[in-house]
Design a protein around this ligand. Structure first.
Ligand code: OGA
Ligand code: MN
Length: 311
């Protein structure tokens, strides 16, 4: 096999990694280079990796422990608890394709909002690895932006203002912007809002990133309207078109991203026509980013969710 080759794909984030076979055990020297590239580039693309679930989990655990996933609506668990199933193929109805009006797909459509995985959990995910098992011929891309570059390009005064701030994240908040009733009341109880640092520092290289995304609900100690405006402005700054890396999937690409440093979103595709079957493993984070991890304020949903939003 050709030597490991790492090629940047965008001026501010992302690199292609070639010359490694992830279906087999990766030697320590190669792993170290991949690890360092991950810290540096935040998004790594490994083309041509025909991974089984077990192989994907094995590669992911080289970096650390896996995160178990929350049960999403309407999906009985068919896979290992460390695998996330992102698919429009209905397992219960003879592989029929589900359109965007299916409740399960509506829930998944939350992935089309800019987000960072499991920022609504007290210990948010460090990284995600997404394997394109079946990909549509057009649409269904995944886009990435760097929250590190976003931080670096903020005015110094604003950087100082954000330092030490805490943002409350909630998946009930983010999904409420799509549709009501996506969670059962008992399930809602299991998803209390959590506190996250607004500015995070990478322990390997000291680079700072803002930490926002769709689950970011409000900034503590800032008036609600001002907080919303600031979060919206930070998101607009982070997602300027020239900052976006769009990944167009080829079957058997594996894409790994650093949830501490990038936001991502899926793009729509013709879901009634084309199969899109993706499998994700998630690398657990090292600990909470704020202390204490849980928010005390009770969600005032009716005041926050605009009527008639979504479906
Ligand atoms: C994810 C995700 C988007 C996509 O796997 O965490 O947000 O394009 N995926 O499937
Ligand atoms: Mn995601």
């Amino acid at each position: 096999m050709a030597p490991l080759q790492i090629t940047p794909v965008h001026p501010v984030l992302g690199a292609r990694v070639e010359g490694v076979d992830l279906t087999a055990a990766v030697d320590d020297a190669t792993f170290r280079k991949i690890h360092d590239a991950f810290q540096e580039y935040s998004v790594l693309i490994f083309p041509g990796q025909r991974l089984t679930d077990a192989q994907q989990m094995a590669f992911t655990t080289r970096f650390g422990p896996l995160e178990t996933t929350i049960k999403s609506i309407g999906q009985e668990r068919r896979l290992h608890e460390n695998m996330v199933d992102l698919s429009n193929v209905d397992p219960k109805a003879e592989e029929r394709l589900m359109g965007w009006n299916d409740r399960r797909m509506l829930y998944q459509s939350g992935n089309q909002l800019w987000h960072t995985d499991s920022s609504f959990k007290p210990v948010p995910a460090m990284a995600s690895l997404l394997s394109g098992r079946e990909v549509p011929p057009t649409g269904g891309e995944t886009e990435y932006v760097s929250m590190r570059h976003a931080h670096a390009t903020l005015p110094a005064g604003l950087q100082r203002r954000l330092e030490g701030r805490v943002v409350v994240h909630s998946i009930l908040y983010s999904r409420s912007t799509i549709a009501k009733g996506l969670f059962d009341p008992e399930h809602e109880q299991e998803l209390p809002p959590v506190r996250q640092a607004l500015v995070r520092t990478n322990p390997f290289n000291g680079r700072k990133a803002i930490y926002i995304g769709s689950h970011a609900w409000y900034i503590e100690g800032v008036d609600d309207a001002e907080s919303r405006r600031l979060l919206d402005d930070l998101l607009a700054h982070t997602t300027r078109p020239e900052c976006v890396y769009q990944h167009r999937w080829t079957q058997w690409d594996l894409v790994m991203w650093d949830n501490r440093a990038v936001l991502h979103r899926g793009r729509p595709w013709d879901a009634e026509r084309y199969r899109r079957v993706m499998r994700r493993t998630t690398l657990a984070g090292e600990g909470p980013t704020a202390d204490p991890p849980y928010a005390t304020r009770t969600p005032a949903w009716d005041g926050i969710i605009p009527e008639g939003v979504g479906v």
